[in-house]
Design a protein around this ligand. Sequence first.
Ligand SMILES: [Zn+2]
Ligand SMILES: [Zn+2]
Length: 442
Amino acid sequence: MKSVVRPVLLAALAAGLAPAAHADLKPANVARQKAQIDAGLDKAYPHLDALYKDIHAHPELAFQETATAAKLAKEMRELGFEVTEHVGRTGIVAIYKNGPGPTVMVRTELDALPMEEKTGLPYASHATQMWQGKPSPVAHSCGHDIHMAAWVGAAQQLVAMKSQWHGTLMFIGQPAEEAIGGARAMIADGLFTRFPKPAIGFAQHVGPAPAGTISYRAGVNSSSADGFEITFKGRGAHGSRPQLSIDPVMEAARFTVDLQSVVSREKDPAAFGVAGVGAIQAGSAGNIIPDQAVVRGTIRSYDPQVRAKLKAGLVRTAKAVAEMAAAPEPVVNFDEGASAVVNDAAITARTAPVFKAAFGPKAIEAPGPGSASEDYSEYIIAGVPSLFWGLGGVDPKVFADYRARGEEPPGNHTPQFAPAPQPAIRTGVEAMTLAVLNVLGK
Ligand SMILES: [Zn+2]
Ligand SMILES: [Zn+2]
């Protein structure tokens, strides 16, 4: 225990946080604040519910979130925040100054996914937008709409409780989390130079755990992600005359299978790492051998060395399957990628007792990091020590029914992903408000 406590305190001092504030934490205070937030939420929830359902029914893709950003900007201006729009193209920054004290950043994402929603909910999305040159259905199947509603809800509660804290709130609405690039775009557009540099950052993500639960961990919280796109080149021919072709579909198929030998034979099996293909596009008819095939996929890891090994193995495998086919060298591109989110030990140690006091056994210390990825890591790399936690989204009764059948409820990025709005948003508001009060409280 001691060996943990000392670095935590040193880190807290380094981050400019007075460890004395720690001693103020009394479970009774947290319970009182939570009761106050709950009373506020009883009044505010119908508005948050309407906002959530409106955003859910009108999702927007990466860097196209103009209506979404405008809705949030309006909400925050009405609360008294000073709002700057178009930061990092479609992002927003909302500042609320309440006396001397550190700046705390609270981040939500704005974007949705290029996929069709199949929840059958009355407020389900029927939206379409352009995606990679073609119209695509759009859905909030990652739950960023839950985060937005909780973000507005936390801002409301913090403003209502402003006599209990001092400092500056910096609420940011980030574009393009799914496409990766929104956090970088905001930072490049002066997020930490045109606005106060936050001493602490918080964010949360809903997932297929029972609503009402919070999960957190110090250190690595989510994986690094690298998207790849490979264009295999061949020579087109009539399907009946394969001898005249160089078949790029064969190259794509071999690559898809052989990539798994990089994962299973080159990487340490004890180290987390995923490499897989999610999209293959080639050809137009069964009797035409096309002249190219495009393969897209993702690489996930926690460790930078594993990340480098998987990327190198992927490139080698792509080149080798092309050579086997006597095809030209394929074109391999990686996207900008996202690094692993690493939670700050001191902030985690400072916030965990608040979550425990507020949520009891529903506040869970996660045994290991998740395999999803987040470009929230960019803010941490830019020098904002942070805590990013998980928020349960599934109605506890529904969750129990799935488990009783030995199944998992539909998760993020599935067409059936359908968080239960009320318990998820309320818990998100409570957790975020309490976390901020704990670091800015008087
Ligand atoms: Zn997502
Ligand atoms: Zn997400």
